[in-house]
Write a new protein. Structure first.
Length: 196
């Protein structure tokens, strides 16, 4: 699952993240892990009770990376509560970033994605700097950065049907992609993965 250039959603249910101090500490750990392991972090949202991290790995095993968070000084952190989804980036990158950025709004934590301080949405809106490597997502929408940003804004403005939440929200490990991608990367023989 963790090969060079793999795009993965990590849903971490092991951190309480009840307040700003805990979320700031968790974001520090995510940034340090990214630097230490050569990971890219295209999008993230830290919510009470869970963190949504979109990582691109150079081949590092994300299970080992996330296990390091336990030793990072987060009070009450429970390692091993993560779910991993490997995704085909050209099909899912923008949809995953949208899912991550809309979760705080869906949870009633902010009126607009860019208003939530513990997510990368403000970077995508051009309102703030931060650790997210947003160009990794935007590059799948258009080669021209300005056009890609406009396409992402248009995607964020569209109503989101439930079927677009399900692949990311299900509490299980998964491989998301077309038939060729899932058969190449799925550890299980069987039907192809979910597709948008």
């Amino acid at each position: 699952m963790f090969f060079p250039g793999a795009h993965c959603l990590v849903t971490d249910g092991g951190a309480a993240l009840a307040g700003g101090q805990e979320r700031d500490g968790y974001l520090r750990l995510a940034r340090e892990a990214a630097a230490r392991h050569g990971l890219k972090l295209p999008a993230y949202a830290l919510l009470p009770g869970r963190a949504l991290l979109y990582f691109v790995t150079p081949g590092a095993d994300l299970r080992s990376v996330m296990a390091e968070f336990r030793a990072g000084g987060l009070p009450g952190y429970l390692a091993g509560r993560c779910k991993y989804k490997l995704l085909q980036p050209e099909r899912y990158a923008a949809h995953l970033a949208r899912f991550i950025h809309l979760e705080p709004v869906k949870a009633g934590l902010a009126a607009a994605p860019e208003d939530y301080p513990w997510s990368s949405a403000a970077q995508y809106a051009g309102k703030a700097g931060g650790p997210a490597d947003r160009d990794m997502v935007l590059g799948f929408l258009d080669k021209d950065p300005a056009a890609a940003l406009e396409k992402y804004r248009a995607l964020m403005a569209e109503p989101v049907p439930g079927k677009f939440w399900r692949p990311f929200a299900k509490n299980r490990d998964a491989v998301l992609g077309d038939r060729v991608f899932t058969s190449a990367h799925s550890p299980h023989a069987g039907p192809p993965g979910i597709s948008l």
